[in-house]
Design a protein around this ligand. Structure first.
Ligand SMILES: N[C@@H](CCC(=O)N[C@@H](CS)C(=O)NCC(=O)O)C(=O)O
Length: 354
């Protein structure tokens, strides 16, 4: 009797231990899988074979399509850099043109995976609406354009009753309100969703001033009937740090986009260009060797190979090359201003890729 009882107890004991072991084994496998799991966005991007990138509806120098639908610009280059890193080909990007008003919903709804469209990093955008800003690819500020023949050379000459053309769904609208309110000037906003409508309205004389990011003024001016008939006033009324944005919740994808941009900036800092990147593999400088994948394993943390950053530099170029090609050479903003490296008097400063 006693032996049977003892046997039953032992059986129960063994059963309990076995179920504990099984439970731990399952947990262990799940944890291991979770750690090895790639970013969901990265996985989907690799499955689709292209990066889904939201851009403007046409802003020369930043994101602009030519007659055959080829997109160029510094914002475009951020998406091309990610494509080079994760797909091996900077050309594998699908661009979705978006108005300022549409852009955030396109990202949060999953229509695009990167928003790279002259978008200002602000607290409420970063914190409130499911977005994460990954860095700054252009430091800007808001300005005003007027017709030369208005005789206005400074915003200090603005008077109540002034009409201002602008885009809806932008920080521009908000800054403009703050600016005029703080100066006690009553103004008439003339706002449109599409940037081309804003430019056309201003160009047709429907408002006294056109206000947006200074980069936007310089870019849109190229579309006007007589660009030389207008001036951009010297004052800058806001901070507009423009940068790429991703959806909240995929930190690996966020890191990939952040570091793709950082690689372009750091490559310029170390003098690595699309032309010399391969030869830099034998550099004496370990920081350079890491950036061109000849030392360290920087790609492993993202689930990428070790040549991801070399491909960015070879296929897209460093930040300076991108700026020159897209913004300086076409004469949009030849002077880099704050968008110069910190080592050359600007404020472009990225954490080290190591
Ligand atoms: N940086 C500001 C303004 C962005 C903006 O949309 N600006 C207009 C005026 S330059 C624009 O990009 N237009 C181009 C387009 O809509 O395609 C923001 O993030 O709200």
């Amino acid at each position: 009797m006693l032996t049977i009882k003892r046997g039953k107890k032992m059986y129960k004991y063994i059963k309990r231990i076995t179920s504990f072991v099984a439970m731990f084994a399952v947990l262990f496998v799940f944890a291991g899988e979770a750690m090895a799991k790639k970013s969901k966005t990265l996985k989907n991007t690799q499955k689709k074979g292209f990066v889904r990138c939201g851009v403007s509806q046409g802003l020369p120098g930043f994101s602009n399509a030519d007659a055959s639908g080829n997109w160029t610009g510094v914002d475009v280059d951020v998406c091309r850099a990610v494509a080079a890193a994760v797909l091996g080909d900077a050309g594998k990007v699908k661009f979705t043109p978006l108005s300022a008003k549409e852009r955030f919903t396109a990202l949060t709804s999953g229509e695009i995976d990167i928003l790279s469209r002259n978008t200002t990093w602000t607290l409420s955008r970063d914190a409130d609406i499911g977005l994460t800003f990954v860095g700054v690819n252009f430091y800007d500020g808001q300005g005003f354009m007027v017709r030369k023949d208005s005789g206005i050379t400074s915003t200090s000459q603005f008077k109540s009753g002034i009409s201002a053309c602008t885009n809806i769904g932008t920080t521009t609208e908000l800054n403009m309100r703050d600016f005029f309110t703080s100066k006690g000037i009553s103004y008439e906003p003339v706002a449109f969703e599409k940037a081309d409508e804003v430019v056309a309205a201003y160009d047709a004389g429907r408002c006294d001033t056109y206000t947006t990011d200074k980069s936007g003024l310089a870019a849109q001016r190229t579309k006007m009937k007589d660009p030389d008939a207008h001036i951009v006033l010297p004052e800058t009324i806001s901070k507009e740090p423009l940068g790429p944005v991703v959806r909240q919740g995929d930190s690996v994808w966020e890191d990939i986009v952040r570091w793709s941009l950082n690689v372009m900036i750091e490559a310029e800092e170390y003098g690595i260009t699309s032309a010399n990147a391969d030869s830099m593999k034998t550099s004496e400088n370990p920081a350079i060797k890491r950036l061109v994948g000849a030392e360290g394993e920087l790609g492993a943390a993202f689930g990428l190979d070790n040549e991801w950053s070399l491909r960015i530099i070879k296929q897209v170029g460093n930040y300076g090359e991108s700026y020159k090609r897209n913004i300086a050479d076409p004469g949009i903003l030849p002077d880099r201003g704050p968008n110069q490296l910190w080592t050359k008097g600007g404020i472009l400063y990225v954490p080290p890729a190591r």
